[in-house]
Design a protein around this ligand. Structure first.
Ligand SMILES: C[S@@+](CC[C@H](N)C(=O)[O-])C[C@H]1O[C@@H](n2cnc3c(N)ncnc32)[C@H](O)[C@@H]1O
Length: 307
């Protein structure tokens, strides 16, 4: 496990100076993750530290959404581990996961059967053309997948679709990686965080992670993709210091604060014992984020407010 000290040069490099590193979209073969080996590697995600961000994502949804969730959609669900965790931990009545990759959907369905998760279904589908009625869901999520969308236009299409299928009093939650400031900082970060994937023999997963760090959107780019016509309030949340992830929430226009309750949906830790310290750090990070509100509702201010 990397020591906190090893992250110091990365934090320093990230926080002083403008964004220099331009975006490199995912290579064509990886936009839709269909290759058997890539899917098999990704299917082991719960054995890695990425499980920490999954726990943080589930906790963030728990805090922002107090009412029960009858029906939810997880867009670009991959092998479905986070979909299944959210359905279980947030007690979602009916959960659908969609992905453009047939192999991912097959793997996710197998995982659901093994976990006897009868309330969860997986099917093929495109984030930019959701095959669901307007306002069909209380909650719509997209985790670690926005960076797979090739252009700002496709990203906007996906967010517009998520906005369309979510009820006005429902929530949209997107979590993704953050493109770091320079190539040097990115290379150091990838080496440090990705070492675990190499140690576990997940070479393909390491490559996916490296490419994803170059394909990730900056928080500003992600915010620019919010649909212009929306009835929702949008909030970007980015951990200060080292942005290990970023969130974009679409919350009901009348919800006055992002988080409506404290705590987490589970009694005992959702991560491996060996990850407890990092999980606690990440949770602390969640409470120490840069929050930017983007209000595009007809009655709201059009300018962003930074807190
Ligand atoms: C990095 S994986 C994330 C999977 C999952 N959300 C998670 O967090 O474990 C990105 C997924 O996005 C899928 N994908 C890419 N473009 C898509 C699109 N337009 N519509 C649906 N899924 C897409 C890929 O096939 C891949 O399974």
């Amino acid at each position: 496990m990397p020591s906190v000290l090893q992250f110091v040069p990365i934090v320093l490099g990230q926080n002083f100076g403008p964004q220099v590193l331009a975006r490199t979209p995912e290579p064509d073969h990886q936009v839709v993750t269909d290759a058997e080996e890539s899917v098999a590697n990704y299917d082991q995600v719960m054995e890695t530290k990425l499980a920490i961000s999954y726990a943080i994502a589930t906790e963030a949804i728990y805090r922002t959404r107090k009412s029960p969730t009858s029906r939810a959609l997880d867009v670009a669900c991959g092998p479905g581990h986070l979909t299944l965790n959210m359905a279980r931990d947030l007690e979602i009545g009916e959960m659908i996961g969609i992905d453009l990759s047939q192999t991912m959907v097959y793997t996710a369905s197998k995982n659901a059967r093994e976990q006897r998760a009868d309330a969860v279904q997986f099917q093929e589908g495109d984030a930019t053309k959701l095959d669901f009625d307007d306002q069909a869901f209380d909650l719509c999520t997209m985790m670690d997948a926005a960076h797979h969308l090739p252009t700002p236009e496709t990203l906007t299409k996906a967010l517009t679709e998520m906005d369309r299928v979510t009820k006005p009093d429902g929530h949209i939650v997107l979590m993704d990686l953050v493109r770091l400031r320079t190539d040097d900082v990115t290379r150091k970060y990838v080496q440090l965080v990705g070492q675990e994937y190499e140690d576990l023999g997940l070479a393909d997963f390491f490559n996916q992670f490296r490419d994803s760090m170059y394909a990730a959107w900056t928080p500003t780019e992600l915010m620019s993709a919010i649909p212009l016509k929306t009835q929702r309030k949008w909030i970007s949340l980015v951990p200060r210091g080292l942005p290990y992830a970023q969130f974009l929430f679409g919350i009901p226009a009348g919800q006055s604060s992002l988080f409506e309750r404290k705590g987490a949906p589970w009694q005992s830790s959702p991560v491996r014992d060996s990850d407890t310290k990092e999980y606690q750090l990440a949770r602390l990070g969640l409470g120490f984020c840069r929050q930017t509100e983007i209000d595009r509702t007809p009655t709201g201010p059009s300018l962003s407010t930074h807190r």
